[in-house]
Design a protein around this ligand. Structure first.
Ligand code: NAD
Length: 302
């Protein structure tokens, strides 16, 4: 294998240790810890498993974590009321509403009701605007793109002047990571191209990339011949391509694949992220980082 593996599982441990140390120091000096509330409406098994992982991670780093689980038939008005309550609660630094919400609730309305200074997911239009302006304006970069940038930087990949090609233009991955990589900032200063379903020659664009970030949700979309030798390949895709029995638990689990033909790509790329164990673990990690930042902003020590 030619490529160096960028393991999200290892980087996650480094960052969570840094956060834990910071939380302990703030607790000692200021007598407070970050407060994070997770609102879950309904009982979707996928949402429950995400929320459980978020809570576990928040406890691990020493946050005060509140889980607010609500029934499926919770009204939009009641949810707006809860958000208003947490917006005003001084002990809460981050408000998380687990998506998707039941169909009778307008997701946009809910996300827009969160105080932008507690919007640790970074989805509020105010935070999207702050991200676009860049520099000191940025408060909470959205978690998956922030995780991607962190992995590139911690792997020691040069971003300044690099050709970055982003496959996908979603609001949660493609657009924000493209925006972050061209900013005049450390870990950025790249020349960015965004490609999508209407792009004429996907292969030609990908082949130019020093850093190729793929977030399409199409298993095996990026072929090895689309990769520039030595490039850094960040595979964001998480696709369920089948099921298997877990050796650990004996239960059925999903077989996951990325958007890149990993086995062939790893022989050409200089750096590559695996799926699973690559970008995946970074999202919750960066959520913790944003929540800590929120408290630091409040204390004036960010
Ligand atoms: P999305 O469906 O909202 O957007 C996909 C984008 O890819 C679209 O902009 C589309 O234009 C582009 N695209 C799709 N097929 C294409 C093709 N054949 N050629 C060129 N472009 C194409 O998806 P998303 O929410 O951005 O997620 C993308 C992938 O990343 C999914 O597999 C998702 O599960 C994964 N994801 C992982 C994490 C994580 O690991 N933490 C977080 C978010 C998303």
């Amino acid at each position: 294998m030619a490529a160096k593996l960028i393991k999200g599982t290892e980087i996650r441990e480094e960052i969570l240790e840094e956060i834990t140390a910071d939380v302990a120091e703030i607790k000692e000096k200021h007598g407070v810890v970050p407060g994070l509330v997770t609102i879950l409406v309904g009982e979707s098994p996928a949402s429950i498993s995400y929320v459980t992982l978020k809570i576990k991670t928040a406890h691990r780093v020493g946050f005060n974590e509140i889980q607010d689980s609500q029934p499926d038939d919770l009204s939009e008005e009641a949810l707006l009321g809860m958000i208003d309550k947490y917006n005003k609660d001084d002990s809460i630094n981050g408000i998380l509403v687990q998506l998707p919400l039941p169909k009778h609730i307008d997701e946009k309305k809910i996300l827009n009701a969160i105080d932008p200074d507690k919007d640790v997911d970074g989805f509020h239009p105010v935070n999207v605007g702050r991200l676009m302006i860049g520099g000191d304006e940025v408060k909470f970069p959205p978690c998956t793109p922030a995780g991607i940038q962190e992995m590139i930087v911690r792997a020691g990949v040069e971003t300044s002047g690099a050709e970055v090609v982003v496959v996908g233009r979603s609001n949660i991955v493609g657009k924000p990571i493209a925006n972050m990589m061209f900013q005049k900032a450390a870990g950025a200063n790249s020349t960015v191209t965004v490609v999508h379903t209407r792009t004429k020659d996907l292969a030609a664009h990908c082949l130019r990339a020093d850093i190729l970030i793929v977030a399409a949700g199409v298993p095996g979309l990026v072929k090895p011949e689309w990769i520039k030798p030595g490039a850094c390949v960040i595979d964001v895709g998480v696709n369920r391509i089948g099921e298997k029995i877990s050796e650990k638990t004996g239960k059925k689990i999903a077989i996951l694949s990325g958007d890149v033909d990993f086995d062939a790509a790893k022989e050409i790329a200089g750096y590559i992220t695996p799926v699973p164990g690559g970008v995946g673990p970074m999202t919750i990690t960066m959520l913790m980082k944003n929540t800590l930042k929120s408290l630091k902003f409040k204390l004036g020590i960010a």
